[in-house]
Design a protein around this ligand. Sequence first.
Ligand code: XLS
Ligand code: NI
Ligand code: NI
Length: 446
Amino acid sequence: MVQTQISGVKFFENATKVNFEGKKSMNPFAFKYYNPEEIIAGKTMKEHLRFSIAYWHTFTADGTDPFGVGTMQRPWERFTGMDLAKARVEAAFELFEILGVPYFAFHDRDIAPEGSSLKETNQNLDSIVEMIKDHMKTSNVKLLWNTANMFTNPRFVHGAATSSNADVFAYAAAQVKKGLETAKELGAENYVFWGGREGYETLLNTDLKLELDNLARFMHMAVDYAKEIGFTGQFLIEPKPKEPTTHQYDTDAATTISFLRQYGLDKDFKLNLEANHATLAGHTFEHELSVARVNGMLGSVDANQGNPLLGWDTDEFPTDLYSTTLAMYEILQNGGLGSGGLNFDAKVRRTSFEPEDLIYAHIAGMDAFARGLKVAYKLKEDRVFENVIAERYRSYKEGIGLEIVEGRANFHTLEQYALNNSTIKNESGRTEQLKATLNQYLLEVE
Ligand code: XLS
Ligand code: NI
Ligand code: NI
């Protein structure tokens, strides 16, 4: 257990390492399904799932909502300023060890407070990055990704790379430059862009074309600078619709892929897909993963879930087994996440304010994805959906269908075919039967 240097005591007082005890266990401090060393298809569960803890929700956020102040009891919050930043690092590495999570992720402003100038802000960052680097040396925890918070400070009121104010564009560039240096310094496996305020409220005051062009210019500069300093991590864009701006530019996977292709950035970027962002965009999580996958752009995942009754980014810990199973199915179809991982961009409810709720919440999410992995693997192994899909599209394997997919058909030959084909016979898609089979797998897979 890491001893804190700041206070000399542990922040998670009574917690010991969380172990796998199996599905019969009623111990709230144990994994029921996540068995890190269990081998599935030649890889351990730990390697498949590549879990990551999000610094902002777990160590920085205090439970503030639009109607009330923070509720979270966080023993490290008795410190202030840079001491608080240091105490959070200590708390973080304690929790990483308790949960045995191999990765973490942060925004620059999660880990260190802003100073009175950009220079001072960067100095604050440097000293915390140094401290994190030391902790990383003595633990097995690695940085999945870092990112720049370009949405909290009022200077970003009109956006960052898409701000109407060029001075803000320049500031944002300086911030991402520093972010890439941090990524390189800490060996981040990815670098994320979530366009927090990259969008607009009204076209009455917006030059949409200039804003999109500028966003692309910014991304190209980031790619160039990464090459210059030898940062080789994967660049990721995280799509999200309608929050905080009314029209977010990176609304969903399809929109973001089209943007990247339009501006010649598609070879340098992949996507970081978040479950709750998918549902806000009117999609399922698996839809977004699938769109990214078939376009060769599935990079990483922000693992959480929305509340179907609420229309905003509630960032709940993922516990819905349908969602985790179908997500893992896409990830397996993708051959894994490469340098990406499952980052818990998730927060405990405002009513779950005790420190140990952070442990319970991560156990809940890790178990839900571990179960999802097992069920998805069995579904894939038994070719449950593959067989149905192959059968459903069999008309493209021969005759006129084969001519279509091989590029040998045109409107003339197809018209000729249709004129001579007096009966068209369709078959049922069997949606309900397939859902029942999915239920059987969820309940029965060992
Ligand atoms: C907000 C986003 C954010 C990104 C990182 O909705 O999910 O947390 O993951 O900036
Ligand atoms: Ni996210
Ligand atoms: Ni989010």
